[in-house]
Ligand binder design. Structure first.
Ligand SMILES: NC(=O)c1ccc[n+]([C@@H]2O[C@H](COP(=O)([O-])OP(=O)(O)OC[C@H]3O[C@@H](n4cnc5c(N)ncnc54)[C@H](O)[C@@H]3O)[C@@H](O)[C@H]2O)c1
Length: 416
């Protein structure tokens, strides 16, 4: 039975590890957080993703999934650790990938395949080879762009993950994948591994192209959302309903404008374009501008709320949603959370905050006297202004009549 070690048991690593375990691989999941390791070993989960609890339970009960704080000898190593940017200069922070790489080095042997799944700046897979070579002078590393197999070599490839939170388990299997080795044999080895559990098509290339492919996908989304966000602000100035405008423009057979929102969040689309800007600062002008437009949108929403609230006697604002997008619990880089945090600084406003996908108020808001973590009905009843920040399914079911007596600021067009 092939042994797989998955390093990083978050939104990507845990579903991947448990899926592989149920497909017959012997899987060791590794994480630096002991609470995560203990939870998984009990067959439980620490993140929310539909059906993940059932899969992890089955994987652990089968004996094929174990979690640990340390790696051990395996045939395939998958790195699924965070790749954030440094807030001050937006440069990529590769410290997690480096630490994860160095942590597996003692367990590596000739013939093993190391796969980087984390979304990474161009050249990261080659850096992995360099870090391994510093730790293990005895191993034969792939030669960059080499076409031929070397005796006793290890194989290193990037296989970017493109799953959609909320649909991860299906997409892990069904999505098309790009695999990019440092050399041709690494690409072939990675291709063979993914072929064993992916039903989508698998495309082989070199690591740099694979790294850039993932960044390109997210940047494409970011730029298109920036256009929609810019349109929403222009339309507001010109007293045009942006939702109607987009609906009409999209009747053109070759136009497909995306939806505006309160900003762009998550640790992918709001982060990855910066990896391109950082690598090519003089050239990636459009990419940078789009990031700036999207980053400016939360402040625009805040001003809109304040403009309404300042005209009112009572100032209770119902804030619907904190996650970065609909129907998930992920608050990372969420513009909705940033907007609520900023509004909460104004102690003359009372905030009723609703987020049906998390159990308790996030720490960053919980100490505030003017913030109440509320159920949907009470929040609407008590609010003068309803600020819809996330288009969760629960919110779309609200009877629009309740907005006749309140101001609705619908950043997602849920009621457009
Ligand atoms: N979440 C998504 O939808 C998504 C989609 C596509 C790509 N990605 C990319 O996948 C990567 C992982 O994202 P995620 O959402 O799973 O992150 P996450 O924060 O949910 O999980 C990362 C896990 O890695 C652990 N970790 C950190 N350093 C470690 C180390 N040295 N050794 C072992 N474990 C370590 C953390 O404790 C955490 O549990 C990122 O590069 C992300 O951009 C994520």
């Amino acid at each position: 039975m092939q042994k797989v070690c998955v390093v990083g048991l978050g939104y990507i690593g845990l579903p991947t590890a448990s899926l592989l375990a149920t497909k017959g691989f012997e899987v060791l999941g590794v994480d630096i957080r002991s609470q995560v390791v203990d939870t998984i070993n009990q067959g439980k989960i620490h993140i929310y993703e539909p059906d993940l609890d059932i899969l992890v339970k089955a994987a652990v009960q089968s004996g094929n999934l174990k979690a640990s704080l340390c790696s051990k000898e395996s045939d395939v190593f998958i790195l699924a650790v965070p790749t954030p940017f440094i807030e001050e200069n937006k440069a990529p922070d590769l410290s997690y990938v480096e630490a994860a790489t160095r942590s597996i080095c003692a367990s590596l042997k000739a013939g093993d395949l190391v796969i980087l799944e984390s979304t990474s700046p161009v050249g990261t897979t080659e850096k992995i080879a360099q870090w391994i070579s510093e730790e293990r002078t005895d191993l034969v590393l792939p030669g960059r762009l080499s076409e031929s197999h070397r005796e006793n070599q290890i194989y290193i490839a990037h296989c970017p993950e493109r799953v959609l939170p909320g649909n991860i388990l299906k997409e892990l299997v069904e999505n098309d994948r790009v695999v990019g080795g440092i050399d041709r044999p690494s690409s072939e080895k990675a291709f063979e591994f993914y072929s064993s559990f992916v039903s989508g098509e698998i495309f082989s290339t070199f690591s740099r192209t694979a790294e850039m492919a993932k960044l390109t996908e997210n940047t494409f989304r970011d730029i298109n959302i920036a256009f929609a966000n810019e349109l929403s602000m222009i339309s507001d100035e010109l007293e045009i309903d942006v939702w109607e405008l987009i609906r009409l423009a999209n009747r053109h057979p070759r136009v497909n404008i995306l939806n505006p929102g309160p900003g762009v969040g998550g640790h992918c689309i709001a982060v990855d374009p910066w990896f391109i800007v950082n690598a090519a600062p003089k050239t990636a002008l459009l990419t940078k501008k789009a990031r700036e437009v999207n980053d400016s949108k939360p402040e625009w929403v805040i001003q809109k709320v304040l403009n309404h609230a300042d005209k009112m006697k009572t100032r209770t604002i119902g804030c619907l949603g904190l996650s970065f997008k609909a129907n998930i619990d992920d608050l990372r880089e969420s513009p909705s959370l940033a907007i609520v945090e900023s509004l909460a600084e104004r102690t003359d406003y009372q905030l009723m905050v609703v987020e049906p996908h998390i159990h308790s108020c996030p720490e960053i808001l919980s100490g505030k006297k003017n913030v109440e973590f509320s159920d949907l009905q009470s929040a609407i009843q008590k609010s003068d202004i309803v600020l819809l920040l996330v288009d969760h399914d629960e919110f779309k079911e609200i009877d629009p009549k309740v907005f006749e007596e309140r101001i609705l600021i619908d950043t997602r067009g849920a009621f457009a």
